[in-house]
Ligand binder design. Structure first.
Ligand SMILES: [Zn+2]
Length: 425
């Protein structure tokens, strides 16, 4: 290493360095980096086409159309690309899977998704910024993936590599049952050595952990009658005080634990109280003790263990019923966490080295509290992985005014491609 650096220093001193030989890159890797730059204009045009196809999860035809764009590109690179269909009743587009025929080095699984949360904002370029629904989350990331693969192909090294790409059609609103919608991803991950997720990047970082998320419903009950009798042995505390007791205990006993958050998002209570998924109604006179209250909320956690222990502690709080009240807490299906592991950290060190060798600066771990749940959580227990390798400089994911930096596509693709090339040796 020292010798090679000295050699490169000498080259630099001789004025040879610029353009073809960057510090620490092999000739193949230099070819990869140059191929990315050559491919950027066409990839940006494809990016525009992909964004201009509306593909919120529920728009099955739109998601399929986005997928078809990528299927054609993967086939052009000599990859075997196919659809994995989901049953019609699930109302999801299915997934695109593409693989190289090679047999050399580590088996790499690259993860992206074709669907968006919102729809309606077309692609609009303003300088180096791409505006439009899905630019940041994550059609830009899909383009980064494609650019990396194209560059590996141009440099003649893709055919030997063992790379599989999976683009899911329902990352933003996962199809149920999960065994069906995420079964194919689990199967692919079981046969992979490295997992790379291309969700949006945060400047100078990659994701080695991201929290999982689950939702819950709390329902409390109490006696009802004249308000003047509340707290009496006959009437007890009523359903609303019971809900308040439980929520206060969630906060006082569970807030502050690293990576754990509990958020009550909506609450109704009174003589009558109903709630469906996100909306509810309630009615009650001020002189009547409330017999019913309902609270919905979420929890976010960094590991299966933290999720399990939090659920147990929340249930224990619920079980300490105040006089003459009852309460039940139900947890709904949750989105698993990507737990930081030494394997993920080692992979991050490899990415960091690739990035520095490319002259793109170091890559640090993103604070796991800073990003929501993602597809990689379903499989991250099966192999070391990184996420947040997609387009960068963006904002407003899942919101109007979404954008990303077109200038981030090339450096992110170079980093990923060099990392994949090194994993394949
Ligand atoms: Zn996403």
């Amino acid at each position: 290493m020292l010798l090679r650096n000295a050699f490169l220093l000498m080259l630099a001193a001789l004025g040879f360095c610029a353009g073809f030989a960057r510090a620490g890159l092999s000739p193949e890797e230099t070819a990869i980096a140059e191929a990315v730059d050559r491919r950027v204009p066409a990839a940006t045009a494809l990016f525009e086409r992909a964004v201009n196809i509306q593909s919120p999860t529920e728009n099955v035809a739109g998601v399929r159309a986005v997928g078809e764009l990528f299927v054609a590109e993967f086939r052009r690179l000599g990859m075997d690309a196919r659809w994995i269909d989901m049953p019609a009743a699930m109302k999801r587009a299915g997934h695109v899977v593409a693989s190289t025929p090679g047999g050399k080095g580590k088996r790499v699984l690259m993860l992206g998704h074709m669907d968006t949360v919102l729809s309606g904002e077309p692609f609009r370029r303003e300088g180096s910024i791409a505006h439009g629904t899905g630019t940041d989350d994550m059609k830009g990331g899909n383009i980064v993936m494609l650019l990396a693969l194209q560059a590996l192909a141009d440099a003649g090294v893709l055919k030997d590599a063992r790379v599989t790409v999976m683009l899911t059609g329902d990352e933003e609103d996962v199809g149920v049952p999960l065994e069906q919608s995420r079964g194919p991803m689990l199967e692919l991950a079981r046969n992979s050595d490295v997992l790379l997720g291309f969700e949006a990047a945060y400047e100078g970082t990659a994701t080695i952990g991201r929290r999982g998320a689950g939702s819950w419903t709390l329902e409390t009950t109490g006696e009802t009658g004249h308000s003047s009798q509340i707290f009496s042995p006959v009437m007890g505390n009523g359903a609303i005080f019971e809900a308040a007791r439980i929520l206060d205990a969630f906060q006082s006993e569970l807030a502050g634990e690293r990576y754990l958050t509990i958020n009550p998002s909506v609450i109704v209570g009174g003589t009558t109280a109903q709630m469906n998924d996100i909306a509810g109604s309630a009615a009650g006179k001020t002189n009547v003790i409330a017999p019913a209250a309902i609270v919905r909320g979420d929890i976010r956690f960094i590991s299966i263990e933290q999720e399990r222990s939090t659920r147990e502690r929340m249930q224990a709080i619920v079980a300490r019923h105040a006089p003459r009240t009852g309460a039940t807490l139900v947890f709904h299906e949750s989105y698993p966490a990507m737990t930081p592991t030494p394997g993920n950290e080692a992979l991050l060190a490899d990415l960091d080295a690739a990035s520095r060798d490319l002259g793109l600066g170091g890559v640090a771990a993103l604070d796991a509290a800073k990003r929501g749940a993602g597809d990689i959580g379903f499989v991250s227990h099966l192999a070391p992985g990184l996420d947040g390798l997609g387009s960068g400089g963006g904002k407003n994911a899942h919101a109007p005014g979404e954008y990303t930096e077109i200038s981030s596509l090339a450096p992110m693709a170079k980093r990923a491609a060099v990392l994949i090339h090194r994993l394949g040796r």
